[in-house]
Design a protein around this ligand. Structure first.
Ligand SMILES: NC(=O)c1ccc[n+]([C@@H]2O[C@H](COP(=O)([O-])OP(=O)(O)OC[C@H]3O[C@@H](n4cnc5c(N)ncnc54)[C@H](OP(=O)(O)O)[C@@H]3O)[C@@H](O)[C@H]2O)c1
Length: 343
């Protein structure tokens, strides 16, 4: 069985380039050790944080991909071989995969979950996937957003952000979303029902925040970091909650630490909470969250879009679209069709 792989060729300096990765093909090696599943990866989620994993910072809370290793990525995959009835052959699973066609894995090591019949790999990675769930727990459990409060969401037309904004709307919050293009602003208004949108490329953010949030902001859901976080903090109310979901503005740059420090005295005097979090903190509650999301989707309350790009060879270019505003929705690299044939 021939296996295509994208491995890390070198650590990126500044913006990621195709040359940072190396493509090869090799016969699939037999498994090492016991308790293994053979997976055929079908869909790979382009998660912005992969940029941190290849950066080489060696942070103990997240993985470092070594030079020469395959690129780790959340994946939807089909089980091709298993000797454990809990992981039946043919089942669709989601968890951490790699930029390869095939892979032997231990289910425990990759956080695998079997997807119930009737849910497509696309839905498992999209509407019910990791990004939607992150938004759900971020808004509800971490931000504790309540009816009547003002919720400010950055990266609001992105995969996580669009769901966060809509969950806030469903809860009865006054939602203000930031995005960087006319088309994304239109989609947020017309399809997601987010009427207050700031186009941070064409508009002055502090001025627009003052106009749209005259009574301040209660919950900030931040996907972006950088200058936005300063602007949001300046409008955050006393006892406000700032949910730190991601820092995409600082991932694909030469010096991620270059920004100015936050106004700590405002945080102290405002009794403001800044909370980082990970989806994994809420693993046990995922089935309930998926039920709720399914219910809202059935009621027609949620818009969701995937940006599906076919082709193993173009995975680096697909990934790079994350950092130039090029993707419209949950960015997925499709490397096999439903029959498992290579794309
Ligand atoms: N904590 C967790 O467990 C967890 C889980 C998943 C994701 N995340 C984080 O969530 C964030 C969003 O991820 P995603 O998968 O939703 O990505 P995404 O779909 O690409 O959305 C990110 C959005 O941010 C905007 N953006 C990109 N670079 C920007 C910049 N320099 N300044 C301002 N806006 C910028 C992009 O659009 P426009 O600029 O064109 O509007 C894009 O729509 C990332 O920071 C990611 O690391 C965290």
């Amino acid at each position: 069985m021939i296996n295509r792989r994208w491995r890390l060729a070198r650590r990126p300096e500044g913006a990621v380039r195709r040359e940072d990765f190396i493509l090869d093909e090799a016969p699939l090696a037999p498994p090492l050790g016991q308790g293994k599943l053979l997976l055929r990866h079908e869909l790979l989620l382009c998660a912005p944080t992969i940029r941190n994993w290849i950066g080489g910072r060696r942070e103990s809370y997240y993985p470092t991909i070594e030079i020469g290793d395959p690129i780790l990525a959340p994946a939807a995959s089909r089980i091709l071989f298993s000797d454990d009835p809990a992981w039946p052959v043919g089942a669709l699973v989601v968890g951490l995969g790699t930029w390869q066609d095939y892979e032997w894995v231990s289910p425990e090591g990759r956080g695998l979950r079997v997807i119930p019949d009737g849910i497509s790999s696309r839905a498992a990675m999209g509407l019910f996937g990791m990004n939607a769930l992150t938004a759900y727990f971020g808004v509800i459990a971490v931000g504790r957003a309540r009816k009547g409060e003002t919720l400010l969401v950055s990266g609001a037309a992105g995969s996580v952000g669009a769901m966060a904004a809509q969950f806030g709307r469903i809860l009865g919050c006054r939602v203000v979303g930031l995005c960087g293009s006319v088309e994304k602003a239109r989609w947020l208004r017309e399809d997601c029902g987010i009427t207050s949108v700031i186009d941070y490329v064409r508009e002055d953010v502090p001025d627009r925040l003052a106009a749209l949030c005259p009574d301040g902001v209660d919950v900030v859901f931040d996907n972006v970091g950088g200058e936005f976080l300063h602007q949001a903090l300046a409008r955050t109310n006393r006892h406000g909650r700032i949910v730190l979901c991601g820092q995409i503005a600082t991932y694909d740059v030469a010096d991620p630490d270059a920004g100015r420090p936050l106004d700590m005295m405002r945080i102290i005097y405002g009794s403001i909470t800044l909370s980082g979090f990970l989806l994994n903190d809420f693993s046990i509650d995922i089935p309930d969250a998926q039920k709720k999301i399914a219910e809202w989707a059935k009621q027609g309350l949620l818009a969701h879009r995937e940006d599906l790009r076919d082709g193993f060879d173009s995975l680096p270019e697909t990934f790079m679209a994350l950092f130039n505003g090029g993707n419209q929705g949950t960015l997925l690299g499709r490397i096999a069709d439903k029959q498992g044939r290579a794309l």
